[in-house]
Design a protein around this ligand. Structure first.
Ligand SMILES: Cc1cc2nc3c(=O)[nH]c(=O)nc-3n(C[C@H](O)[C@H](O)[C@H](O)COP(=O)(O)OP(=O)(O)OC[C@H]3O[C@@H](n4cnc5c(N)ncnc54)[C@H](O)[C@@H]3O)c2cc1C
Length: 362
């Protein structure tokens, strides 16, 4: 089979590129190795009617008019501002940590523990909070998440959270925040509507079946593309255990409860999906579904979630990147292809730039 543009992977990166190329009149084929479109933002329904984000909770946030307009072309969104809690000393405390909590526990004139230029995650965290707060909220949580001591991790990781001066419980303040009214699967199917797609097709097992005339856009793992011949990039993922409780409407005060202490179990967080549904739907459903997440180091690419934030993996990635960039008619991109955590709006923004570049150069 011959195609002009082959897009491997139907997640937000592949789907956005496929959509923009198709809109520009280019001939595209999307192949996906899973049995559904949409990559990691996919969702599905529990028999009770509760919608579960299959690969972990996804809160859509952006301050870009362009990206908000793009996603709203394919789905309408209801307003959802994620509120997260951390279970600390038997109470559900705000996450990010509330200023009032620190004042209550440490005192009015609290100071961050670390002064100077942080060289690792632990120092970067202590540069914004006192040691006791770090221990209660961050240290064990991080060590569960990554399976290594916090001081061995990159300082960049600490940029993903902050301490709130006030008590605003919202996770992030973007101009637009929401969840697609009919779910992410519906959004992704609409982005890819009328574009030829093949499901259950692992491109790497059938490279010879499709001849690509103009560009191969690969959004899977970059090391897998090159048969791991320089070594494997490390990832962390989550094993998820769902439980349906029929006689309770809501079990928790928020959709996401972090579990930063090992004393309360090895899970890192509990998700209560009903909180993430439009209230008028959720309140009419009997019972609740809870999902416990347990971090682990996956070897199956389907479970790859977070690139491992250390120097050895960054350097290995750069070696693969160099090769990818030197290969003609090949673009490896997306969260797996660039070995980079992208929020959904960042993945779309990046895909928009790449799609424009493909249109201009091929
Ligand atoms: C646990 C978790 C929670 C998150 N929560 C949020 C959130 O709240 N808000 C937010 O903005 N972002 C969130 N994100 C980020 C979001 O998931 C990403 O931005 C998005 O998934 C990136 O899309 P992508 O297309 O790059 O990758 P993916 O969605 O992973 O798509 C890649 C696709 O390629 C397919 N593929 C790979 N190899 C092959 C092959 N050989 N042949 C065929 N197909 C292949 C895969 O099956 C997959 O479908 C979260 C991420 C994780 C891990």
């Amino acid at each position: 089979m011959k195609v002009d543009y082959l897009i491997v992977g139907s997640g937000l990166t592949g789907a956005t590129i496929a959509r923009i190329l198709t809109d520009a009149g280019r001939k595209v084929l999307v192949v996906e190795r899973r049995s559904h479109l949409g990559g990691n933002v996919h969702d599905h329904y529990h028999p009770s009617g509760i919608r579960i984000h299959t690969y972990g909770p996804h809160y859509f946030r952006t301050s870009s008019e362009k990206i908000w307009k793009f996603v709203n072309r394919f789905a309408s969104f209801y307003n959802y501002e994620a509120v997260l809690k951390s279970y600390v000393d038997g109470c559900y405390e705000n996450w990010p940590i509330a200023g009032s909590y620190i004042r209550r526990i440490i005192g009015e004139n609290w100071q961050p523990e670390f002064k100077g230029i942080p060289t690792n995650f632990e120092e970067a965290s202590l540069a914004i909070m006192p040691n006791l707060i770090y221990k209660k909220f961050v240290k064990e949580y991080t060590e569960k998440q990554w399976g290594v001591p916090a001081y061995t991790l990159s300082s960049c990781l600490a940029k993903r959270f902050n301490v709130h001066e006030n008590d605003d419980p919202r996770l992030k303040m973007n101009k637009y925040q929401g969840i697609p009214y009919n779910g992410y699967a519906h959004l992704m199917n609409n982005i890819l509507k009328d574009i030829p797609t093949l499901l259950n097709f692992n491109y790497l097992r059938h490279r010879d079946l499709i001849k690509v005339e103009k560009m191969l856009v690969f959004t899977g793992s970059i090391d897998e593309f090159f048969n791991y011949d320089m070594g494997r990039l490390a990832y962390r993922g989550q094993q998820r255990e769902d439980v349906y409780i029929s006689n309770v409407d809501y079990a928790f005060p928020a959709g996401q409860i972090n579990n930063p202490s090992t004393v309360n179990g090895d899970h890192i967080r509990i998700l209560e999906w009903k909180h993430m549904m439009p209230k008028e739907y959720a309140d009419n459903i009997q019972g609740t579904v809870l999902t416990k997440e347990f971090p682990f180091s996956p070897t199956n690419q389907d479970n790859y979630e977070y690139p491992f934030p250390d120097e050895a993996n960054s350097n290995l990635y750069l070696s693969y990147r160099k090769r990818a960039d030197q290969t003609n008619k090949l673009l490896i991109c997306g969260r797996l292809g660039e070995y980079k955590y992208y929020d959904m709006d960042q993945a779309i923004a990046r895909a928009m730039v790449l799609a424009r570049r493909i249109i201009e150069t091929t």
